[in-house]
Design a protein around this ligand. Structure first.
Ligand SMILES: [Zn+2]
Length: 587
């Protein structure tokens, strides 16, 4: 009996020791980088011009998941970053889009607006600006950072980005700092929701020097001119489909006359990586006095700005991505040395991909096959505003209003304002249409019948792939609908539209030159998922995963739970081989 107790105590001691050793061996700092609008295929397209220590650090010495895709339908910045920060689908977090209409509150909401918060770090005598301070008050569910701090009370969580809808949804509710750039203020700020961190806001003192040294964006020369025309598809006759920014020129070299122009060039990410280094120093991230792990989120948003304007096939995106590679290389080398984190684990992913400019896609297809494929285009269901007459709506929207009037036998006065006359209250890109209930009530129309009529009108429209009423989504979409699961994961009844719509691959909701993302297509959903660092099992893993796996895997590594239970834990992060399944074997 006595011997057994000794053996038990010895086993217990060994177990505790192993636990302590195990904790000490875990990475001291986890860095999650999100490159806004980065597509998975950019890694292969531009790889010949990557340096040794940027993206190649992941590709050569880390784990890559080339089959990673977003698993929700609304491929937008806020849902994407919330999925990274929480490991949850929009249906759990409520972040169904960047903006939605909340019928209960009778107002349109922005995903990270906080009407109760104040600006912190705004310049003295700051002008009153039309945007609100940000916080995660509109986001439901648990964040990875919050769960980490519950497990390790001394852990620090920091998020920095150009965009509030990147820093806030990644940092979470208990972040020690969340900073984003407000162009109207010309500096990085936070809100009163977060602990004030004056020492970090002091980074703004460096900005004047940065603006002064970034007045022009010329080709970096990283891709030789002979290769550039091959890796880009950017003939001069298609230049009119790119959006030219006033004052910057429509081709290289682009001048950058104002602060927003610098931010929206590849230099915007250089600046955020500088801020990330500053934050690592400021908090001594990776040298936690409580020996707890620290977590840093970095939102690299610049590509999303110039990517929208110039498109994935442009020389600008080619130069921007290889510039980013160089910026990452400098950041990682600094992280190895000067930062001196005891050990680091780094993830790189994206909030969403990007659709090729439709006219460029068609020209490429014509060049390849000699035929016009008609497989890409633009759709516009927008109106010019609540107080504008119905007559000024986009042609498609006006056609829908006329169709509903004819079908339900009422007369439409197109000279009256939308808010008083339109059956549709608003179209929220890219998720769908909200009904104008007071107008329907006045006309004694049952909302369900109007929803069905809108759905039936949408379905045969060019570019429309799927349309459902919110009742159908709530009841569960048919198994035959290939987008069904993604649409359901993007849906929450109190915020999603009355009629949800998804476009065909290659089609976009944007009438201006340039392109956009937002729909559930391969171009928009397939994003990089890369891991590098302490304990990572390297390799290219052919498993169908999503950015939700980041929260799941970090939590599994440190011995707690975060993220959706049905999202995969990345075995490579735990130092194990992946169980490689064929992507086709998963729904
Ligand atoms: Zn975007």
């Amino acid at each position: 009996m006595r011997r057994r107790r000794t053996a038990t105590s010895a086993f217990l001691l060994l177990f505790l020791l192993a636990g302590a050793l195990g904790a000490a061996e875990k990475p001291a700092l986890v860095v999650v980088l999100s490159v806004d609008q980065m597509r998975n295929d950019y890694l292969d397209r531009f790889r010949p011009w990557f340096g040794r220590d940027g993206f190649n650090r992941f590709l050569e010495r880390g784990a890559r998941y080339p089959e990673a895709r977003l698993r929700h339908a609304a491929t937008l910045t806020c849902p994407g970053h919330t999925a990274i920060g929480t490991g949850l689908d929009p249906r759990e977090t409520g972040i169904v889009a960047n903006n939605w209409y909340d019928a209960g509150k009778a107002r349109r909401e922005y995903c990270v607006e906080d009407r109760a918060a104040q600006w912190v770090g705004a310049p003295p005598n700051a002008p009153k600006i039309p945007i609100l301070p940000a916080s995660p008050v509109l986001i439901s569910g648990d964040f990875l950072g919050d769960r980490l701090k519950e497990k390790f009370p001394g852990a620090r969580v920091v998020a920095v980005s150009l965009k509030d809808r990147a820093a806030v949804p990644m940092g979470g509710r208990k972040a020690d700092a969340a900073l984003w750039f407000v162009r109207e203020f010309g500096r990085f700020v936070t809100s009163s929701f977060y602990p004030p961190r004056r020492s970090l806001l002091a980074f703004n003192d460096r900005l004047a020097t940065f603006w002064a040294s970034h007045k022009k964006w010329d080709l970096s020369g990283r891709i030789p001119e002979k290769d550039l025309s091959r890796v880009a598809f950017d003939p001069p006759e298609l230049a009119r489909y790119k959006e030219s920014v006033p004052g910057t020129g429509d081709r290289f070299p682009h001048s950058l006359p104002g602060i927003p122009n610098v931010i929206e060039s590849p230099f915007g990410d250089e600046l955020v990586l500088e801020l990330a280094k500053y934050a690592i120093h400021d908090f001594h991230l990776g040298h936690n006095p409580a020996h707890a792990p620290d977590l840093l989120f970095v939102g690299l948003s610049a590509l999303d700005y110039y990517g929208h304007r110039f498109g994935p096939d442009s020389r600008e995106v080619a130069d921007g991505v290889v510039r980013l590679d160089g910026q990452l290389e400098a950041f990682f080398r600094w992280l190895d040395g000067e930062a001196g984190a005891r050990s680091t684990l780094v993830f790189l992913t994206s909030d969403h991909g990007m659709t090729t400019i439709p006219e460029v896609a068609r020209a490429k297809e014509r060049a390849r096959t000699g035929k016009d494929p008609n497989s890409a285009g633009r759709v516009d269901f927008g109106s010019t505003g609540d107080s504008a007459p119905v007559a000024q709506d986009s042609p498609d929207r006006l056609a829908l209003e006329k169709h509903l009037a004819k079908k339900f036998g009422y007369s439409l006065d197109p000279m009256l304002p939308n808010a008083l006359e339109g059956a549709i209250l608003r179209f929220e890109e890219p998720i769908g249409l909200y009904l104008n209930r007071p107008v329907l009530a006045r006309r004694r129309l049952a909302p369900e019948r109007v929803k069905e009529a809108v759905r039936d009108w949408l379905r045969p429209r060019p570019g429309v792939r799927a349309a459902y009423t919110n009742t159908e989504v709530e009841d569960g979409l048919p198994a035959s609908e290939s987008l069904g699961v993604a649409i359901e994961r993007s849906f929450r009844a109190d915020r999603s539209p009355d009629v949800v719509v998804s476009l065909r691959p290659g089609w976009i909701f944007r009438k201006e030159p340039g392109s956009t993302h937002g729909g559930p297509s391969e171009e928009n959903q397939r994003i990089p998922l890369l891991v590098w660092g302490s304990g990572v099992k390297p390799g290219s893993w052919n498993v169908r995963v999503s950015p939700l796996s980041i929260a799941r895997s970090v939590a599994a590594l440190y011995g707690f739970e975060a993220g959706a239970r049905d999202a995969e834990v990345l075995s490579s992060v735990l130092g194990r081989d992946e169980e490689v399944r064929s992507p086709a074997s998963r729904p």
